[in-house]
Design a protein around this ligand. Sequence first.
Ligand SMILES: [Zn+2]
Length: 188
Amino acid sequence: MLMMGRGHYLSLEQIVEAEKIEEPSEVTRQDIKRAARESVLRKWQNQWESSQRGRNYYNYHQNVCQKIPKDLPSKWSFSITTSLRTGYCDLNDYKSKIIPSSDKNCSCGEPETVEHYLLHCSNYEEARERMRTSIYFITGNIHMDLDTLLGIDEEDINRDNRNEILCHLENYLTESGRFKNTIQQKTL
Ligand SMILES: [Zn+2]
């Protein structure tokens, strides 16, 4: 029973009738899409907020992102990011095209392409989730693809956040350790 002003109560039947009236007469595809999207985002957000593993990162994340200097990424990550954009990079799939005898596969067994390294490789899942979360907080978009990470052209929908995204990509490059040798070559 729902209490109205001056002690007036609605009966269950009246409430049910009222709810029926408020139901949309037709559910469109857009309604379904929107509902699905909101539900996924809510689920993901809940999962993230209740995750102990991510707790520390979640807490300091906001500060980190607000303080990213404009001159990032560094020269090191700039050169690697550029190589990932062109595909001429220090990953096995490309190297095997230059040196046919070399193995094109990643240590996980899959061909080590740019897409594999950035989006799929199971070796770097934790670093990737940190990157995905950080980018989600900036863009509000949970979907992360190569354009999200590497896009720089005029159609880059993340233009306004590009510096910050590149900073998180740089963290991923560092945390994955995949370009450690590239660092040494640069340092020498
Ligand atoms: Zn792999």
